[in-house]
Design a protein around this ligand. Structure first.
Ligand code: IPE
Ligand code: IPE
Ligand code: MG
Length: 258
């Protein structure tokens, strides 16, 4: 049996996170190392998305969030932005039959209305086709950033209060959460960042309050099933305390979210 099979077999369902989020970074460097244009890295990155989504679905994860384009990524050269927008729309369209077969649902997270019409229409069409599915929820985070999302939540709260639908004294974390783009998904249990950078780049700042982090130097196009299984194994070894003591947690023997 291969190392991969052994590793996957050792991941029992109880020790799996419900929600894994990934900052897919390193496409540009992957291409540069090969003397290729950055776009080649983005194209190769789509293969990793397919492989990791398939594995997430096979092992029974409930949610997989993928950071595909940040609000800050608009500052890249126009040609790269155009390539990414075209690629995202095309990839989701091509992958939809496989996602349908694998019972995967698609959730679009971020300022989707701010995407070019072609990409938006393709994404929304796929999302409608997959809405009856009941397996893994794949959350594609596009034109997303936490500061955008939290500013929008603040605007919505202010509007609701000004129009008398919400008592300002009743604003608590639940009221904020209900106005986030990720709602109603649970917070990520595990956040993986590929590509070696040790930062969060405006991703799920609110939702990651108690998330476990896994940073790997592996570039996204090289991130494969074994890399994913290794991250899940790292997660299994973590003790999530949510502010409690280790002794309390051991007595409770729970790894579930607060
Ligand atoms: C991640 O890879 C993809 C996006 C941000 C869209 P990068 O394009 O950031 O790759 P590097 O970090 O330049 O290697
Ligand atoms: C984070 O990667 C955004 C995505 C993966 C979509 P970046 O490459 O944009 O992050 P920074 O600029 O290095 O922080
Ligand atoms: Mg990058």
């Amino acid at each position: 049996m291969s190392t991969l099979d052994e590793t996957i077999r050792s991941l029992s369902r109880e020790s799996l996170p419900r929600h894994v989020a990934i900052i897919m970074d390193g496409n540009g460097r992957w291409a540069r190392h090969r003397g290729l244009p950055r776009s080649a890295g983005h194209y190769k990155g789509v293969d990793s998305v397919r492989v990791i989504t398939e594995m997430a679905s096979d092992i029974g994860l409930e949610y997989l969030s993928l950071y595909a384009f940040s609000t800050e990524n608009w500052s890249r050269p126009q040609e790269e932005v155009d390539t990414l927008m075209h690629l995202i729309g095309m990839a989701i369209e091509n992958e939809t039959p496989a996602l349908l077969r694998n019972n995967v649902r698609l959730k679009l997270v971020g300022d989707i209305e701010g995407l070019p019409a072609e990409a938006r229409e393709r994404l929304e069409r796929s999302s409608r086709r997959l809405e009856g599915n009941t397996g893994l929820t794949l959350a594609l985070c596009l034109n997303y950033s936490s500061r955008w999302e939290l500013s929008r939540a603040a605007r919505r709260i202010a509007r609701d209060a000004a129009e008398g639908r919400l008592d300002p004294e009743a604003v608590d974390s639940g009221e904020i959460e209900r106005r986030l783009s990720t709602f109603p998904m649970p917070d990520p249990d595990l956040l993986i960042r590929t590509g070696g950078e040790l930062r969060i780049s405006n991703f799920m700042l609110w939702q990651a309050a108690y998330t476990e982090f896994c940073f790997t130097p592996t570039l996204w196009p090289d991130f494969d099933k074994l890399s994913f299984a290794q991250a899940l194994l790292q997660y299994r070894g973590r003790e999530r305390r949510f502010g409690k003591t280790s002794e309390q947690v051991k007595r409770q023997d729970t790894k579930t979210s607060i």
